[in-house]
Design a protein around this ligand. Sequence first.
Ligand code: PSU
Ligand code: MN
Length: 303
Amino acid sequence: MFPIHRHPHVAEALEQGRPVVALESTLLAHGLPRPGNFETGRDLEEVVRRHGAIPATIALLDGVAHIGLSGEELRRICDAPDLTKLSLRDLPIAAALGRSGATTVAGTAALASAAGISLFATGGLGGVHRGARDSFDESADLDVLARTRIVVVCAGVKSILDVPATLERLESLSVGVVGYQTSAFPGFYVTESGSMLDWRCETPEEIAQVFAAADGFSPGALVVANPLPLDRQMDPGLHDTVLSFAISAAVEAGMTGKDVTPYVLDRLHIASNGRTQEVNVDLVHRNAALAAEIAVAYTKLDD
Ligand code: PSU
Ligand code: MN
């Protein structure tokens, strides 16, 4: 059996049918620079609580998946300089070998769902990388979302990806995507990616109903795309400039596989003077808040 430990607060909330929101650890360990990442991790948990749900940050510690971390455990994840990035396929291997690591969207979604959690907040999904036609680099996030019952609130997909191709793959995989109060698929650091969506929802209650409507029928996730308001997005001109710089830097440095994302995010941070990080933190906060509101609405559906 895969070892899963639910933090007592999380276990209690789930047993009582109270709202719980899963939070991803890779975005803290590999997506944001130390030492500010710990504060962000703690703040995200606080945002979830303020919106009426119990936070469960997920990571693998000494071979055991933890659903909900203590302050000490969160610190371990945020401070470790060379923490392993764990997707779903890595989890059984790392667990059996007693290792620790941060979980990606794929890893976190699978663990959250196994633990009985229906809501998950993150920054941006992984997806189809530019140049995937040659490299075959498509994140396992997509495949896992196709077979995991969970609502994932995100600000789109990482803007370093091929966004239209990622949306095509989500369609092929029958993963539902709805915009939150928008028909424009968000572009992570920027409000709009240039791609449009077929469906939008206006309230957390509507989203909860949409997710419930797939119960026992459709096996996959529901992706909720929550854009930054225009006045909080990154300047699109700056965005395009630093993005092409960061992507060429990754190619020149010979980055491949799971090292690509952390490398590009780090280059973006440097090239934008910290602006990408600021925007990243802002959008994850907003996603955590919306996920908590949906979690609350979802638990009320049974009343
Ligand atoms: N988006 C970000 N920061 C991140 C990630 C996504 O803005 O750190 C992480 C997520 O954990 C996502 C992972 O699941 O990157 C995808 O990595 P890969 O492309 O190697 O599957
Ligand atoms: Mn990849």
